[in-house]
Write a protein that binds this ligand. Structure first.
Ligand code: FMN
Length: 249
């Protein structure tokens, strides 16, 4: 596999071989070198290799997705104002980071760190897959990883040596996602054109047929990301935000 941004693909099958300590440290250090708000680093990175904890995450958080069990390393990227608050406390200065603004700032920091980590891992010949399930079941992650108030998991990846070499996945055309100078709102005709190649590909036609739905958009709305699940998980995440102390406006 070639390792560059343009040959990235998610890896969902891993060899059992572990990642050496020096390599792992280098990869995580690449995450830490990412830009971050005010250079305050309001995030934490939790590197989990213990098979028992990884099994708990696989079982209770990640809907038993196979690659979570296979990959030797699970990394959770969290918003973290806990550490900064403690520093403010011992410095006898006022705390004002327990609010929604700093949840967003910490989220951006955590995601930049995760993507730097991902790119360096791929550069080292490793494969990575992001796990959206970490936000669906954030309450379980908090329990399993002992996250205190002020800390919320925002994304996670598994990484290890790839045991597959999948094709590149498609993307919408450049003009479909890039706006020059200002946002140009989409006409219905433009929407059709942007999605034409996707909808006409054999790959997605098969997915539509397998799911027995009338079109590709419906695969998303009725099969993959359903309204009732979205509402349920959205409310659950809002509760986590409140419980972890981010609504002290
Ligand atoms: C935030 C986020 C969450 C994701 N969650 C999952 C997941 O839970 N399971 C999975 O198999 N892939 C997951 N992915 C991987 C995407 O499905 C994948 O990036 C996308 O289909 C494009 O494919 P590529 O990464 O191979 O280019 C996630 C990606 C992101 C960015």
């Amino acid at each position: 596999m070639k390792n560059s941004i343009f040959s990235h693909r998610s890896i969902r099958k891993f060899k059992s071989k572990g990642i050496g300590e020096a390599t792992l440290r280098k990869i995580i250090n690449a995450g830490i070198r990412a830009s971050n708000t005010g250079n305050m680093q309001v995030y934490s990175i939790i590197v989990t290799q213990d098979p028992i904890i990884r099994e708990q995450l696989w079982d209770q958080v990640h809907f038993k997705q196979n690659m979570v069990k296979q990959a030797p390393v699970h990394v959770t990227f969290c918003v973290d104002v806990n550490r900064f608050h403690k520093w403010c406390e011992i410095s006898n200065t006022e705390i004002s980071y327990d609010n929604f603004l700093w949840f967003i700032n910490g989220s951006v920091d955590a995601v930049l760190a995760s993507q730097n980590t991902t790119l360096e891992a791929e550069n080292e010949g490793l494969g990575v897959c992001y796990l959206g399930t970490v936000t669906y079941n954030a309450d379980k992650v908090i329990q399993i990883l002992d996250l205190p108030k002020g800390v919320i998991p925002i994304t996670a990846i598994v990484m290890g040596y790839p045991d597959e070499d999948p094709d590149l996945t498609d993307r919408l055309p450049y003009e479909g996602v890039v706006h020059m100078e200002k946002y140009q709102d989409y006409s219905l005709e433009a929407i059709k054109n942007i999605h034409k190649e996707k909808e006409e590909s054999e790959f997605y036609k098969n997915i539509v047929a397998e799911n027995n739905v009338p079109n590709l958009a419906t695969v998303f709305t009725e099969k993959r990301y359903k309204k009732q699940d979205n509402i349920h998980m959205s409310n659950a995440f809002l509760t986590v935000l409140k419980d972890q102390g981010f609504f002290n406006q």
